[in-house]
Design a protein around this ligand. Sequence first.
Ligand SMILES: C[S@@+](CC[C@H](N)C(=O)[O-])C[C@H]1O[C@@H](n2cnc3c(N)ncnc32)[C@H](O)[C@@H]1O
Length: 369
Amino acid sequence: MAHATLNSAKEAKKDEFYTKLDDIAKELKYYKQYFKDKVVLCNCDDPYESNFFKYFALNFNQLGLKKLIATCYDGSPIAGDELPLLFEIEETEPKKIAYKVEITEVADYNNDGAVNMADVQWLIQNDKNALSLLKGNGSFDSPECIELLKEADIVVTNPPFSLFREYLALLDKYGKLFLLIGNINALAYRETFKMFQQDKIRTGYTNFNVGMFFQVPDNWEKFHHMENGKKIARVSTSCWLTNLPVAKHNEDLILYKHYSPEEYPTYENYDGINVNAYNDIPADYNGVMGIPLTFLDKYNPEQFEIIGLGISNSGLECGVRPYKPEHKKYRKEVQKRGAVDGDLYMMINGEVTVPYTRILIRNKKPQKP
Ligand SMILES: C[S@@+](CC[C@H](N)C(=O)[O-])C[C@H]1O[C@@H](n2cnc3c(N)ncnc32)[C@H](O)[C@@H]1O
């Protein structure tokens, strides 16, 4: 049994990873105060399938929401499964229906003594205003969905990874608050990275880099395990991203190591040192340091400045020089690897060594050496 990953998802444009309710609840419990009197939009979410919709519908009163909107994209393989029951639609292609659900109150409509999903179901089936067809395909960037985006205060979803760039750019353009599930690989996208530099995005509370489990469609061959008859895939690189406040990003990292040239090699083609993990950052170094992307999960803009990204063709070049001629040759002829000018490298035990993606940072308040 193989693991499905978001990387393979991107290649195959398979975007059908459905978020589990407990993962949503675990992250969202930290932001409750930001939802009062707000319009929440879940714009990649079939209300019948999405646990984002379910979470907000179930917690509508507790969070004090003003309105909940969810839109269903007609390209989703599960879209519209239940809808022919609700609409009198010629069933030529019952699975191709884009629609929206808008809810402004949730009460005990069925008088069973509790406010729960049965009431939400009742509302959708009985309130003519709650559920309606969209004119277009329900894509988050279609004109009618953009109108809903404008109306929203906070957008919360797990968007299709293959469209993550476009999705985030749209939220940024309309200046919306957001809470999203993304992927660590997307942090090095130029657009996302720039937003980190400008403190317009940060990672959430859920442990970074440990992976999350998602339900995937029944016809997928690659999955991790079965749960209640459903296929579950693990995505090791998923993470939460938001522009709402997250406490850890306001706290200084405790740094306890000291700089030494032996422990922290200097790059051959950039004036900076290499650091292999955030907890190895030397407290007393005031120059530029290259550090793995996972640092972003600890990043406090008051403590560090992000200078750039140490990879070529990132569109974020920040002065990384070409390979020295003698090293380019070594890389190509001895290591038989491409020598890509613009990638950071260093010499370790006389060998050209290229670290995995590095962010270049500087400590704003280094200790005196
Ligand atoms: C990663 S899945 C997550 C679904 C749901 N948000 C959840 O977390 O369970 C992304 C969803 O976006 C849908 N989608 C793909 N392209 C879309 C588009 N252009 N606009 C809106 N939704 C889209 C996919 O069909 C898929 O259902």
